[in-house]
Design a binder for this molecule. Structure first.
Ligand code: ADP
Ligand code: ADP
Length: 215
């Protein structure tokens, strides 16, 4: 199965991608995680991307498309199927992705738009903590780790993402409404879209995704 998850920051894309990986064996590919790995390694791409990410702005399309084209061309993508989390985020990226997948001879099984009100996003992101090692996602109230402040899987101290502060969150929401919502219309026009209510519990969101996907 090859899926795209689209939704505002904090709606639960990464959480659902992890469930789809665990239960269906799909490969999660998160553009944000790839950027954060480049930032950690201080590569030229990472240094450049950080200047946009810290402001809550999108990294320019040509850079993002080039990076994702490289990732999608690797063999594991063909073998396992995938869940794209956070890409495409603009119509130009969606059009480029169509070309990349056509070139690779891979079709999409479906596109899932997870939607929720902006205020829910702000409270979810305010409490988000992530493991800098494996990327596991926690929330201080709704999904706390067993030992406060430490990852359940590897024990590494959890961190707050630098872009998860209220003013950057508001900027990211603006960018989402202006640049990413048109991507939902793009896939709707191509009859590939399933809409899911992101205000539910994670398990209910997961159920809705797997029930409503075609096939
Ligand atoms: P969230 O989980 O909050 O939706 P991500 O981890 O997906 O955030 O992305 C974090 C940041 O990385 C974005 O705010 C943006 O700056 C950058 N980014 C991620 N994916 C893309 C993309 N497809 N196009 C441009 N910038 C991106
Ligand atoms: P995204 O990848 O869309 O930015 P995440 O999966 O990182 O979103 O989730 C953002 C925060 O909200 C995390 O702290 C996560 O634990 C929490 N969260 C995710 N899904 C839900 C949900 N359905 N209900 C409540 N909290 C959630």
């Amino acid at each position: 199965m090859r899926l795209i998850l689209i939704g505002p920051p904090g709606v639960g894309k990464g959480t659902q991608a992890a469930l789809l990986q665990e239960r269906l064996g799909l490969l999660p590919i998160s553009s944000g995680d790839i950027f954060r790995a480049e930032i950690r390694e201080q590569t030229p791409l990472g240094v450049m991307a950080k200047s946009y990410i810290d402001q809550g702005l999108l990294v320019p399309d040509d850079v993002t498309i080039g990076m994702m084209q490289g990732r999608l061309s690797r063999n594991d993508v063909r073998e396992k199927g995938f869940i794209l989390d956070g890409f495409p985020r603009t119509v130009a990226q969606a059009e480029a992705l169509d070309g990349v997948l056509a070139h690779l001879g891979l079709g999409l099984s479906g596109v899932v738009a997870i939607e929720v009100d902006d205020e829910i996003v702000v409270s979810r992101l305010g409490g988000r903590r992530i493991c800098p090692n494996g990327g596991e996602i926690y929330h201080i109230l709704t999904n706390p780790p067993r030992v406060e402040g430490h990852c359940d899987v590897c024990g590494t101290p959890l961190m707050t993402r630098p872009d998860d502060n209220e003013s950057t969150i508001r900027e990211r929401l603006k960018v989402y409404h202006n640049s990413t919502r048109p991507v939902i219309d793009f896939y709707q026009a191509h009859d590939q879209l399933v809409r899911v209510d992101g205000s539910q519990e994670p398990e209910q969101v997961y159920e809705q995704i797997v029930t409503e996907l075609p096939g």
